[in-house]
Design a protein around this ligand. Structure first.
Ligand SMILES: C[S@@+](CC[C@H](N)C(=O)[O-])C[C@H]1O[C@@H](n2cnc3c(N)ncnc32)[C@H](O)[C@@H]1O
Length: 229
C-alpha cells in the first residue's frame, strides 16, 4: 500500500489548478525521439497529453497501484496506450536508453533528502543517452506561506487538507480528511544544483515558470531542464 493510494480518488480534483506544466512537458517530448519516461506518473495527467499530442511512446512509473489504475483509465478514455509500470522510481532501470526523462508536479519532493535525490539523478543519468534530458519542477519553499498554513485545515479545489511543517526535517506532511498523508521534503536552489553536479548531470535551463520566465528571487517554482553531458 502506497501513501498515494489514499489520495487517488481526489487527486485530479486537487491537481486541477496545475495546467500550465502540460504544454511545457509536451514541448520537451516533441523535441525528443523517445521513449519518454515519466517518473511518478500518477494518474497520467501529463503522460496522456504527451502520448496524444506527440505520438511518442510513454513509459510511466509509479509506486501507487490506485494512481496507476486511474492512469490506465485516462489513457483508455483518450484512446492512447501508456507503458505503465508499478515500482519505485529510485530503482529505475530501462531496457533501452532514452533522451527524455521527466518528473512533473513536484514529485521529486517525495524523495527524503539529498542522498536520495542524488541516487535518483544517477539512476536517471544511467538511462539517458549523451545529450539526453532530465526535467522536473518543484515549488520554492516560502516561510511566510508555511507560517500561515502550518497545521490549519483548508479547502483547496474543494478538497479539505492540512499541511504540517517539520523544520528540523525540512518536511511537510500533507493530510486529507481520510487520514491519508504524503510527505514532501523541500529543497533550495543550492541543494538542487549540488545534487545535479554530484550526479554528473548539467543544467541546461532553470525557469521560474513553465512559460520560460527566467528564474529569479521572486520565482515560486523551480523548473529545471538538465542533461547528460
Ligand atoms: C504529485 S503526484 C504527481 C503525479 C503526476 N506526475 C502529475 O504530474 O500529476 C506524485 C506521484 O508520485 C508518486 N510517487 C511518490 N514517491 C514515488 C517513488 N519513490 N517512486 C515512484 N512514484 C512515487 C505517487 O504515488 C504519486 O502518484
Amino acid at each position: 500500500m502506497s501513501d498515494y493510494d489514499g489520495f487517488a480518488s481526489i487527486y485530479d480534483q486537487f491537481a486541477a489548478g496545475m495546467t500550465e506544466d502540460v504544454p511545457f512537458y509536451v514541448a520537451l517530448a516533441e523535441k525528443s525521439r523517445g521513449p519518454v519516461v515519466e517518473l511518478a506518473v500518477g494518474t497520467g495527467r501529463v503522460a496522456v497529453p504527451i502520448a496524444e499530442q506527440t505520438g511518442r511512446r510513454v513509459i510511466g512509473i509509479d509506486v501507487s497501484s490506485e494512481m496507476l489504475g486511474l492512469a490506465r483509465r485516462r489513457a483508455a478514455d483518450a484512446g492512447v496506450e501508456l507503458d505503465l509500470r508499478q515500482g519505485d522510481m529510485r530503482e529505475l532501470t530501462l531496457e533501452q536508453s532514452t533522451d527524455l526523462v521527466i518528473c512533473p508536479f513536484r514529485a521529486m519532493l517525495h524523495l527524503p533528502g539529498h542522498d536520495a535525490r542524488v541516487d535518483l539523478m544517477r539512476r536517471v543519468r544511467s538511462v539517458l543517452v549523451p545529450g539526453g534530458r532530465f526535467a522536473w519542477n518543484a515549488f520554492v519553499f516560502d516561510p511566510a506561506i508555511a507560517q500561515e498554513i502550518d497545521g490549519v485545515w483548508r479547502v483547496e479545489q474543494g478538497v479539505r487538507n492540512r499541511s504540517t511543517y517539520d523544520y528540523a526535517e525540512r518536511r511537510i506532511d500533507l493530510t486529507l480528511e481520510n487520514d491519508a498523508t504524503v510527505r514532501l521534503w523541500w529543497v533550495d536552489r543550492d541543494e538542487w544544483e549540488a545534487a545535479v553536479a554530484e550526479a554528473g548531470l548539467e543544467i541546461e535551463a532553470l525557469y521560474g515558470w513553465f512559460d520560460g520566465t527566467p528564474f529569479d528571487e521572486t520565482s515560486r517554482e523551480f523548473v529545471y531542464v538538465t542533461r547528460r553531458p
